[in-house]
Write a protein that binds this ligand. Structure first.
Ligand SMILES: OC[C@H]1O[C@@H](O)[C@H](O)[C@@H](O)[C@@H]1O
Length: 345
């Protein structure tokens, strides 16, 4: 196993370091200090390597569009209605950055910081540990927290992202994720991808994508992924995805929350998590031209990728039974998302 560090470039006055972790099977991941971005999950392919993530070579390209490509998202992923909630009986106003709502931690969320980092090595795994003290003044959320994001690659080709936060003198909120974008194939679409999700219902949302509190059964809809189903066919039928799935049996660990497979190559990612939600997003329309490294100069096309964001269900703080995302003062909260790579043919 190996750990490499490289000063990649500068962005917004920050020196951005790229950290690459390599395991004994030649599988490697790269992360950037800026945004704690997950830049690469590269697996052996023929004589070379294949990055299963959509990526850019330069940091600035991650910030030239609103897609949050492979960035760490926090303190709270998804939307919080009107940027408001009640904490300890008090009304709290959070930063509003989309239609009066809070999206992905507001305009100064986790994805906007250059994180401090260290690395560690164990018998069968290597890790990069990002850490940042985030104050109320920095992002407009209540309470100061010490946030840690750890990416670990082990010799079973599994990547674990662990998020934790230590609370300060006030209660806060913590529901982070990684906005990872996959395309496991050599095509510029998802036509050879099959997906299975351990979920029988999605959240109903209003015109601004805010959950209404009701759930919709997936049965007889294009969102029925209880068994493997072709991703592109379902996306075409659904007119693109931007949906929050309610994950069955959260925390019980009996089944993965999702399995994404490329039928052409046999590359497969199995996602496990202790979270009760999975947001699936596949870029129904593009607001700016994007050119991913994988496409060698060709502009990205809608539906080229699949974002699978494990998290506690969106707007949990304002909804009954969506999960608890309060980080108690002086308390600690931790979450894990695991992505296991297999080649099944
Ligand atoms: O930020 C990019 C995208 O992130 C997803 O998590 C949201 O559900 C989308 O509505 C949003 O456009």
């Amino acid at each position: 196993m190996d750990i490499f560090r490289k000063e990649l470039d500068t962005y917004d006055g920050h020196t951005v370091t790229q950290i690459t972790l390599v395991n004994d099977n030649g599988v490697e991941i790269s992360c950037l200090t800026m945004g704690a971005i997950w830049q690469a999950f590269s697996v052996p392919s023929g004589a070379g390597k294949k990055n299963l993530l959509l990526s850019f070579e330069h940091t600035k390209d991650y910030y030239a569009n609103a897609q949050n490509i492979c960035k760490a998202i926090g303190r709270v992923a998804g939307r919080i209605a009107h940027g408001k909630c009640e904490l300890n009986g008090e009304q709290v106003q959070l930063p509003q950055n989309e239609n009066g709502n809070t999206l992905h931690g507001g305009q100064n969320g986790f994805s906007t910081y250059n994180w401090n980092y260290t690395t560690s090595r164990n018998k069968n795994s290597v890790s990069v540990i990002f850490q940042k003290k985030i104050t109320e003044k920095m992002d407009g959320f209540p309470g100061n927290i010490l946030a840690t994001i750890i990416y670990t690659l082990n010799n079973n080709n599994k990547v674990t992202i662990s998020f934790s936060a230590l609370g300060g003198s006030k209660d806060s909120l913590f529901n982070p994720t990684n906005h990872v974008y996959f395309n496991l194939s050599d095509r510029q679409d998802l036509s050879s991808h099959s997906l299975k999700i351990n979920s029988s219902a999605t959240l109903e949302t209003d015109e601004n994508n805010i959950p209404t509190g009701r759930v919709k059964e997936v049965e007889a809809t294009p969102l029925d992924f209880r068994d493997f189903r072709n991703v592109k066919a379902a996306a075409d039928e659904a007119d693109g995805f931007d949906d929050a799935f309610v994950v069955n049996q959260p925390g019980k660990g009996t089944e993965p929350i999702a399995v994404l497979r490329d039928e052409d190559s046999g590359r497969q990612i199995t996602i496990d998590s202790d979270r009760n939600g999975l947001v699936m997003y596949n870029m129904p329309a593009l607001d700016t031209e994007i050119k991913f490294s994988r496409d060698q100069g060709k502009p990205a096309i809608p539906g080229e990728w699949l974002a699978l964001e494990a998290q506690t269900l969106p707007d949990a703080i304002n909804q009954e039974n969506f999960g608890d995302i309060v980080l108690p003062k002086n308390g600690k909260r931790s979450y894990h998302i695991q992505f296991a790579y297999d080649k099944i043919k």
